[in-house]
Design a protein around this ligand. Structure first.
Ligand code: SAM
Length: 307
């Protein structure tokens, strides 16, 4: 049986934890919202689940005994100590969750996933109510390991969720939208007001799901670092044209040359990708940026030979 919702709170000496702002600690306290998140996550007995930032265990305790493996990475050593005491060691004969005290951004995530038993055939699943100050970095880091991750359910600041899911032409559409959507399908799960957390954050939150594209999908990239540089420069000045932004792109996509493309070569590249050099960066769809990436990565000598 999973631990009952009130179990951990009952055992928690409330005064022991002063939430640490530097760790982005806004703990979920809305039991209905926790139920909705877990129902949307749909834990299954064979699942290998990685939780980032378990905090006081709001989500962790609902997963206990319901998945094959649960590993949680938490940077706050006091919370690790609390969870190791408070979480039941054995649930329905399944192993206790593995708690790793670490900064997720400095951790060898791939090794953790492999140790959990994740493979391409049986990828892990990720759930997290992320600290808002590092949410984007954590999502992008997790997506680097997408071959070992089936899906992610993450709670982020609502404005970040909007940027991740934005469509071309909208004010929120930018480099983060292109990067994430080139790697994963995104959708909204639940929006929450500050009152669902303690302490209350200053902003609204939104849980989103990210489903990495299958290899070979038409809207995917196998070179996120080159795409990252491309979109950073493409959106450097939103009011400028794509051409004016991309003339600053290095001639080589692999970092072997820092020399800028210049107007003429950037224009060729944009036409080659089937785009209009005079358009604005926010009007180009993800597919357009992938076509640009393909053109940029093409060896120089073959460019002039394009029809
Ligand atoms: N999952 C809990 C919940 O929903 O109530 C806590 C969520 S709280 C927004 C974020 C959690 O991430 C905190 O427990 C915090 O200590 C942890 N955290 C912050 N930075 C971290 C990092 N770099 N690596 C791992 N955990 C981190």
């Amino acid at each position: 049986m999973p631990a009952s919702p009130g179990d951990l709170e009952m055992r928690e000496p409330a005064a022991r934890f002063k939430p640490r702002r530097r760790f982005g600690q806004n703990f979920l306290v809305n039991e209905g919202a926790i139920d909705t998140l877990i129902a949307a996550f749909k834990p299954a007995p064979a699942d290998l689940v990685l939780e980032i930032g378990p905090g006081r265990g709001a989500l962790t305790r609902r997963l206990l005994g319901r998945v094959a493996r649960l590993t949680a990475v938490e940077v706050d050593r006091d919370l690790i100590a609390f969870l190791s005491e408070a979480l039941p060691r054995d649930q329905a004969g399944l192993p206790a969750p593995r708690l790793i005290e670490a900064d997720v951004l400095r951790l060898d995530l791939r090794s953790v996933l492999v140790e959990m038993g994740a493979t391409r055939a049986h990828p892990a699943r990720v759930i997290a109510n992320l600290p808002y100050n590092i949410a984007t970095a954590v999502i992008l880091r997790l997506l680097e390991e997408r071959d070992l991750i089936r899906d992610l359910l993450v709670m982020v600041q609502r404005e970040v969720a909007a940027r991740i899911m934005a469509r071309p032409g909208s004010a929120s559409y930018g480099g983060l939208s292109v990067l994430t959507q080139a790697i994963a399908r995104t959708s909204s799960v639940l929006r929450l007001r500050p009152g669902s957390f303690r302490p209350k954050p200053k902003v609204d939150s939104e849980a989103i799901r990210l489903l990495p594209h299958q290899p070979g999908s038409s809207v995917t990239t196998d070179d996120p670092s080159a795409l990252s540089l491309l979109v950073r420069l493409a959106f450097a000045h939103r009011r400028k044209t794509l051409l004016n932004n991309l003339r600053h792109l290095p001639t080589s996509s692999d970092g072997s040359s820092q020399a800028a493309l210049g107007l003429e070569r950037a224009g060729q590249l944009i036409l080659q990708a089937g785009l209009d050099p005079g358009c604005r960066p926010e009007d180009v769809a993800v597919e357009g940026y992938l076509a640009l990436l393909g053109a940029w990565k093409m060896p120089q000598e073959s460019v002039g030979k394009m029809p």
